[in-house]
Design a protein around this ligand. Structure first.
Ligand SMILES: [Zn+2]
Length: 238
């Protein structure tokens, strides 16, 4: 098991959160063989220290013409999206407004970089938990951001680059990322990388069936711990 600290969002990532995360996960019983605290042969394990990997992948994508600069604001995207986004996926389907943009047209404007998806192509994979999955590019998901306007790699790119570089064989994560797996498969392919196996789990929900998230001020491991619950008590509820 590998601990990778996804700390690219500098505005939200603080050292005290990282140490609390180590502390809570260790308390719960997680144990990893590679990570920022113990090292390993595929380090660094903080994404903020891995920019050279992401830049190399970005250059490769730019050379192939598979990405383009997008100057749309969040508001533009909400107004132009031609389909409401699915409940299990946070990203609206991008209408392709900037597809023909050239980099020279972005002077003095903030822009992100989007990956041009092959419209109409079915991206299929077999999930080790949920079975056969398929998503249609351009319909179930649109052109997605691989480099953010604040000049950091987007989750999709950083995750693919690291999973390959760290030789990840199996990714276990929440079912809210099923659609992202289709996006990431396109990136693996464009970069000529090996696709890992995937195992998506149902999301944990609260008593009202709402998925746990910081923005909903959900009960954290830390709060449960402060309340006197033990890892054994928490595990016995599942
Ligand atoms: Zn755009």
């Amino acid at each position: 098991m590998i601990f990778r600290n996804e700390d690219l969002d500098r505005s939200r990532c603080k050292p005290e959160f990282v140490s609390a995360m180590f502390d809570d996960l260790k308390w719960f019983g997680f144990d990893w063989q590679e990570g920022p605290d113990c090292g390993g042969q595929f380090g660094h394990y903080n994404q903020s220290e891995r920019m050279s990997f992401y830049c190399a992948a970005f250059d490769q994508l730019r050379a192939t013409g598979l990405i383009y600069p997008c100057t749309c604001s969040r508001k533009d995207i909400a107004a132009s999206s031609h389909a409401p986004h699915a409940e299990e996926d946070d990203e609206p389907i991008y209408a392709g407004t900037c597809r023909e943009n050239r980099e020279s047209e972005t002077v003095n404007r903030k822009f992100s970089w989007r990956f041009r998806v092959p419209d109409g192509e079915i991206v299929s994979f077999t999930d080790n938990n949920l079975g056969p999955q398929s998503f249609v590019a351009g319909k179930n998901f649109g052109d997605f951001v691989i480099w953010r306007h604040d000049d950091v790699p987007a989750y999709q790119l950083a995750c693919v680059v690291d999973d390959d570089a760290m030789q990840i064989s199996e990714v276990v994560r929440g079912a809210d990322l099923l659609v992202s797996t289709a996006r990431q498969i396109l990136l693996y392919r464009a970069l000529g990388l090996r696709v890992p196996r995937f195992f998506h789990c149902p999301l944990m929900t609260d008593d009202a069936g709402i998925r746990l998230a910081k923005r909903h001020d959900s009960l954290s491991l830390r709060k449960l711990r402060e309340r006197g619950e033990t890892p054994e008590m928490l595990r016995s509820n599942w």
